[in-house]
Design a protein around this ligand. Sequence first.
Ligand code: WT7
Length: 649
Amino acid sequence: MTDQSITSVSRESRAFKPSAEFKAQANLGSEATYKRLYAESVNSPEKFWSRQAKELLVWRKPFRSVVKWNAPHAEWFGGGMLNVAENCLDRHLGTARENKAALIFEGEPGDVRTITYKQLHFHVCRLAHVFENLNVGKGDRVAIYMPMVPEAVVAMLACARVGAIHTVVFGGFSSESLKDRINDCGAKLVITADGGWRRGKVVELKKTVDEALEHTPSVQTVLVLRRCKNEINMQEGRDIWWHEAWEGAPNHHKAKAFPSEHPLFILYTSGSTGKPKGVLHTSAGYLLGCKLSSQYVFDLKESDLYFCSADIGWITGHSYVVYGLLSNGATVFLYEGAPNEPGPDRFWRMIDRHGITIFYTAPTAIRAFMRWGDNYVLSHQLSSLRLLGSVGEPINPEAWMWYHRMIGKKRCPIVDTWWQTETGSIMITPLPGVTTCKPGSATRPFFGVVPKVVDEKGKEVPKGQGGKLVITKPWPSMLRTLWGDDRRYQQTYFSEYPGIYFTGDGARQDKDGYFWIVGRIDDVLNISGHRLGTAEVESALVAHPAVAEAAAVGRPDDLKGQSLVCFVTLKSGIEATEDLKQKLRAHVAKEIGALARPDSIRFAAALPKTRSGKIMRRILKEIAVGGEVKGDTTTLEDFTVVATLQAED
Ligand code: WT7
């Protein structure tokens, strides 16, 4: 893609200052302090991060160095030893937080459970013993495929406690996707549940696990939580019930310390080519990034009840449901099910019922709420809310204004937080007591983050001009590599501009220095706030016996951000029928998961290609939106292909 195509059409000029009341109580309420701390964090990073790490984390052994950067490899807090679970739990015991709620859970059927820090500690300790009895420990991989229930958090923290590396797989992924992830990391243990509640129905997780495990030689044990009491198959010698396994396990567990750079988790995310990438995060730097940003971005107070609607299967759930919040001793609200079950006001009902104060969600959800209608919101008070957040994709100013007016009642600041699975924690964001917000802009960098908008050659572009977003300095919570594929790590993130992290996003900076993220510039789609590689969809399609070639592209969509349009050529002799279209849509959903189900399939006699045989997705994108093909077509091999595709529209 050329620079000219990264133009931002946004001409937003509204600005919203934090109110005097909010400012007065904020953890950070002065512009001068933000400027001073930010300057220190980027000019003297060692000093800044050393102080933060000492203040915020509990160390078993102090670190000797702050950062060693040998691009693209970073070592943070070398020589230090700590335990991440201890930092989230044990540190609060014996303090006023001991009997404070760590989790308030509401299941989709309406069941509510409150779990204090002391109780959560017990749960995690017991599960840690179970792991040790199963011989699961330091460096072993554990796949977690669970509903959004407290035990999912317990499972993650128990892994951290024994030094095992968790890989959480979102419960909406198919058995194929689960199998690939398990095999890629060689998981020894799988933790799942009989099922989870979603839209009044049971999602049969264990059944999907059984299918996946037909081809996963590394798995020795499956630990099964009883949640929905649906009938499942338990395989003798492999499957054990959670409640039976931890019967009699002690409530106390002496946690070992691990080095700062000990791997904490692998989280798979889509890339522009090939199979999903296993993003690896390590312990101390990751935890520090999450903890510090939670304090400042969410302005966390002891009395807050914090609700993030993301599933723990995504990075948002890792950083801003579990690690960033529990390390701060916050109370986290967990919800299991769909936002419109039993009705479209479920979230507003829960906010009032529990007194939720901070609400963090995605623009695609906000657009769904808008579409469902204001009446569902207006029948609730929402008076407990004091801060709102957005993440996952650029928020369109219209949705921002609705969120501000309808949910925040013009009283709550909105933090539009830009970050990625790879960055581990929030990178560009307003600070709610300081930053004047402009709807649609993620505004300014967080501490220690040095973003730049550059041209093809890596030269910073003038303010107002579009370009590629890069991060020029290492930061503590950055990914360390891709699991089992360090070459791909270097190529994906550090080869475009040697030694500099390339985000894959297009952006521009306005005259005030605010960042406006335009979206992905590689072949990655953003559908309902989730990343999906066009290559994954294409490879699922060509795996179908009827398909010869496929190209997947995104089309702007009012609700989902982007919708998925696939162009397919069929093998000779196969008839292009409506029925086949439906079959192919179902096939992709089965291969990857429902979130990848194509919105539209278009059969074509041929796909537009360059002379060297590369599919020209740019042209297909233009056709998908129903427009003319305007861009440069001089490299196109066969002009008639485009004419035919347009005629078929
Ligand atoms: C991509 C990362 C970070 C957790 C959720 C998604 C887009 C994310 C914003 C935002 C504009 C955003 C970017 C980014 N994105 N937040 N506030 N404004 N774009 O994590 O799946 O790793 O996706 O989501 O394109 O690169 P992810």
